[in-house]
Design a protein. Sequence first.
Length: 213
Amino acid sequence: MKKCIALLLCLILALGSAVSFAESAEKTTIGTISINGAFTLKCALPEGYRIQPLKVNQDQVVAIVTAEDPMKPMMQLSVAFDELYAEVDRMNDLTDEQLEVLERTFTDVDPTIEITYGDTGWGTRVMMVRQSGENQLNYVDFLSVYKGYFVEFVLLPSKNAEDKTLTDEQIRMCVDFLTELDFIPVGETETVTEGTDSEVIDTETEDAASEPN
């Protein structure tokens, strides 16, 4: 998880560009993962944004999301399989003790961070790790779990922005991105958008459910 932040810090220094959110009409394919089930990842990009895959292999996809406006924040997505969580369908299934273990992976590195929890539009629990303050690098790290994969989305302000404060609107943008992130089982042909709860519908199946489980 910490690798995602470290890589993003390097990229923000190199690129200095950023992102804002507005849902696209069509979703963009990011890549395919194939451990613990094969899934093609698709996302709804904010208007005026692009996504650049940095690493795509069978157990991990890493991509950076940047905008044309260099003043807006940038984000990085990491989806990585962890065999210790292979039986975990969603973060909602973790116990309080298991969540505390994940929290310590952050607090052991930086005890000053703030950890809260929220949900995607489909009810998937998301851990939100925030760092802010004078002489500190502002960031929000969103972490969830789906089908044994850690889904991590890191938001950082642009180095070009005069005000480095991350706003509630930008945080909402990231939650919306995660809501619209689809895991589409390879071989299926049609999906209902459900974020990290994405339910796939066979085009030949009648009266398929349109709501998440």
